[in-house]
Ligand binder design. Structure first.
Ligand code: NAP
Length: 488
């Protein structure tokens, strides 16, 4: 396929005005079978978009009051006679009850909007089943991914894409035009055999989030157990002190930043691994292993979960002084100091550490918020490639460096204090530093001119060991040609 073909939209967006061969979508009569929630919302949307609508119900008298007065509500057979495009807003189980209408439906376009209750619920998709019941009709699958609520709000809110598939290009184009007039974006999904895939879409629960969620839960569990052992189990076993009250807030609050920080570094680690692979093999045309591909594709979700944990950490930290245990400890410390007649408890180093720690933490959270906001499709679409890559790549890396400073100021010199090694386990923050520092070091190394140049050339299409033709001007001004290895 030529580049020109690729640039063409999947569906021909023919201008309705000015092309006499095209029947204007708005203004035509559309039929709707069924008078339930979906049928009602669809009718309202169609009427608002300038279509004439005729609703087919088994009990038109009773249902007419539920529809806008501009729509005609009549018996199913009557409705079907008046139009060529009919939306079947009826559940699959009731398709067979429409078989009496087969003769009047012959030659018409049936739009199957149905969904299932389970993924791959039936052997054949609902649309294929409808097509098998009405072989004289053309079935188009579509509109099932938009809810009745989205239809009513007029695509201003919610999902704007309408996935469409059919074995007839003409029927697909007609339904696509209707969708466009209604304010939706039709997406051509090919033949009717794709209906099964389209029917499964509304039933999928966060498919792109599975791996990132399991990753963050796994990290949370590991760090939580580690902190529990250090902060609760160790004092209980060694000093018989009951510190179990720390579990709901303190242990969780020391775990959340660990997860947020490591997750943030995991957003940038696959990029580092990809660059290492490109440098090693001297080409960008070699496929990355599947696991790295998957990882690269999930960076946005990993980043958003990192932001979620960081935001929770901020809220937990703000609430720390509210705890009764904290108040008791403050009073206890004050009483102790009064008994020991200590008047000046100001420790300059501690004060500075805390000020820097909080300030750097706020900056890191601010940067993470910016990354999260700009990863939302509506915001990302308003940025050009350079702006998006500056925010996600450069500012993201700065966020990682600032988070590292936040962690280092939290730890300060604790890594060198042997009292901090509970059961010989190092402080948690030292563990969390491992991956982020590796990423930062690798990124800094990639900035060295010799490596940066090579990486840049590889990303522009240069390949190690590949012979390329060269053309050089000779001393006489003529051009000499020959072959050389491009990695010389
Ligand atoms: P609903 O409120 O239960 O309406 C179903 C309609 O089917 C009834 O009002 C009824 O209208 C008609 N019908 C025709 N023959 C029937 C029969 N033998 N028994 C019972 N009813 C019969 O359902 P809905 O929410 O509008 O959903 C309709 C279709 O749209 C379903 O296939 C659903 O999967 C799909 N859908 C719905 C949504 C949504 O947000 N609700 C979103 C996407 C897709 P009459 O009594 O007037 O004949």
């Amino acid at each position: 396929m030529s580049g020109g073909d690729m640039a063409k939209p999947l569906l021909g967006h023919r201008s309705v005005e000015g092309d006499p061969s095209v029947v204007p979508a708005a203004g035509r009569t559309i039929g709707v079978l069924g008078s339930g929630d979906f049928a009602r919302s669809l009718t309202i949307r169609l009427v608002c978009s300038g279509f004439k609508v005729v609703v087919g119900s088994r009990n038109p008298k009773r249902k007419a009051c539920l529809f806008p007065s501009a729509a005609e509500v009549t018996f199913q057979a009557e409705a079907v006679k008046k139009t060529d495009v009919i939306f079947v807003a009826v559940f699959r189980e009731h398709y067979s009850t429409l078989c009496d209408l087969a003769d009047v439906l012959a030659g018409k376009i049936l739009v199957d909007v149905s969904n299932n209750t389970e993924i791959n619920h039936h052997k054949e998709s609902n649309a294929e089943y409808l097509a098998s019941l009405f072989p004289a009709c053309t079935v188009v699958k579509g509109f099932n991914v938009v809810s009745a609520w989205t239809l009513q709000s007029g695509a201003r809110d919610g999902n704007k894409q309408v996935l469409i598939c059919s074995n007839s290009q003409e029927a697909k184009r007609t339904v696509a035009e209707i969708a466009q007039v209604m304010g939706f974006t039709p997406v051509d999904m090919g033949c009717l055999s794709s209906a099964c895939e389209i029917e499964n879409i509304p039933l999928r629960l966060l498919p792109a989030w599975k791996i990132p969620i399991f990753l963050s839960l796994g990290l949370f569990l590991c760090f939580f157990t580690y902190n529990l052992v250090r902060q609760v189990i160790h004092p209980y076993i060694r000093e018989q002190k009951n510190k179990f009250y720390k579990i709901p807030v303190e242990v969780v609050n020391t775990t959340l930043p660990c997860v947020a920080y490591v997750m943030l570094s995991l957003v940038y680690l696959p990029g580092v691994l990809a660059a290492c692979s490109q440098l090693y093999y001297g080409t960008k045309y070699r496929r990355f292993p599947d696991w790295l591909d998957q990882w690269l594709q999930h960076r946005k979700q990993i980043g958003l979960l990192s932001f979620f944990c960081a935001a929770l950490h901020a809220v937990y930290s703000l609430c720390l002084p509210m705890r009764r245990s904290h108040r008791y400890q403050l009073i206890e410390t004050a009483v102790k100091q009064a008994m020991e007649k200590k008047m000046n408890i100001w420790v300059e180093e501690e004060v500075w550490r805390m000020e820097i720690y909080i300030s750097v933490g706020i900056i890191a959270l601010g940067l993470l918020s910016l990354l999260a906001i700009t990863s939302l499709p509506s915001i990302a679409n308003s940025l050009n490639w350079r702006e998006f890559s500056f925010i996600q790549s450069t500012l993201g890396f700065i966020a990682l460096v600032v988070s590292t400073l936040h962690t280092l100021t939290y730890g300060w010199s604790r890594a060198f204090d042997e009292n901090q090694y509970k059961f010989y386990l190092p402080p948690t923050y030292t563990l969390t530093l491992l991956v982020p520092c590796t990423v930062i070091l690798a990124k800094v190394t990639f900035c060295l001119p010799c490596i940066q140049q090579r990486l840049l050339r590889i990303r522009r299409g240069w390949e190690k060991g590949r012979y390329v033709k060269f053309v050089l001007p000779s001393a006489t001004g003529e051009y000499a040609s020959g072959e050389t290895s491009s990695n010389v």
